[in-house]
Design a protein around this ligand. Structure first.
Ligand SMILES: *[C@@H]1O[C@H](CO)[C@@H](O)[C@H](O)[C@H]1NC(C)=O
Length: 272
């Protein structure tokens, strides 16, 4: 959720148990302004937190002009001092997936895992070290790929193929807001739809450059419900427990937050 609106937006997901202490909120409000200035971000989002055994990681995302491709993640253990995370590569994600169990809360902690390599004649076990910081960036990226969503129409693709916020976005109607097809994965599409399919399905090139949850093979892993009459829609990921998205229909208010253990609920075959 956009950092400036943290105070306004957090209560909307509070019913799901996701909360920050008043001290944390106050500290974040000040320190995220500083992050925005220091890194020259055009926007800063509070992404959420990953709970560790001895400490929790607070995560923010900063963006420059392209909201999707220019994303940088930073973490902090005290909401005050932020450190830039290296971008997660597919290889890092694959290595990190082998690590099971809770995060420690110590970025320099090294996990020992075993990678089993099968060749024609023999099985070889390789010892593999994974640093917690690497696991952290890999986990954030994976949650972004599988759970980060936006309402349809909230972002546009410019003629220069940049992804920008739609400044005139006025929100989904109450009816649209109740359908999974109205929400798009905010990540590089895995399978790009062909132009002819776009026309057939009555979709638009400049809006539907992202995949909707409706075409999701994991769509059973979303729970959508109306709250406060129908003034608020909450989508929860059952794959990444602790990932909540909200939208206030007919307004430009939406956002998401993750607060959880950083462990996928079910070990699905790795999707890229
Ligand atoms: C931008 O938002 C407006 C108002 O909600 C909507 O009518 C329009 O289709 C959106 N544009 C794109 C390209 O998504």
């Amino acid at each position: 959720m956009q950092a400036e609106y943290l105070h306004q937006y957090l209560p909307l997901v509070a019913s799901t148990g996701l909360v920050l202490s008043p001290e944390q909120r106050a500290t974040l409000q000040v320190s995220l302004e500083i992050v925005k200035k220091n890194y020259k971000f055009s926007r800063v989002y509070f992404w959420g937190k990953i709970l560790g055994l001895t400490a929790d990681y607070f995560i923010v995302i900063g963006v420059e002009t392209d909201e999707l491709r220019g994303r940088k993640s930073l973490y902090s253990l005290n909401c005050m001092d932020w450190k830039l995370l290296p971008p997660a590569t597919d290889e890092m994600i694959e290595r990190s997936m082998r690590v099971k169990g809770r995060f420690m809360g110590d970025p320099s902690h090294e996990y020992d895992t075993i990678a089993v390599k099968k060749s024609d004649e023999e099985m070889a076990s390789l010892e593999l070290k994974v640093k917690e910081e690497e696991r952290l960036t890999a986990t954030i990226e994976q949650i972004n790929r599988e759970a980060a969503i936006v309402p349809r129409g909230a972002f546009i693709k410019t003629p220069l193929e940049q992804i920008h916020k739609n400044r005139s976005f006025g929100g989904l109607s109450v009816t649209e807001a109740g359908k999974l097809q109205s929400y798009l994965h905010f990540t590089e599409p895995v399978i790009l739809k062909k132009k002819s399919q776009l026309v057939q399905a009555n979709l638009e090139d400049s809006i539907d450059f992202l995949n909707s949850l409706e075409d999701d093979e994991l769509k059973v892993f979303w729970s959508l419900q109306y709250e406060r009459g129908s003034k608020l829609v909450i989508l929860q990921s059952l794959l990444w427990l602790g990932f909540n998205f909200f939208h206030v229909p007919e307004t430009s208010q939406y956002g998401s937050i993750y607060m959880g253990l950083g462990e996928r609920n079910i070990d699905f075959p790795f999707m890229i």
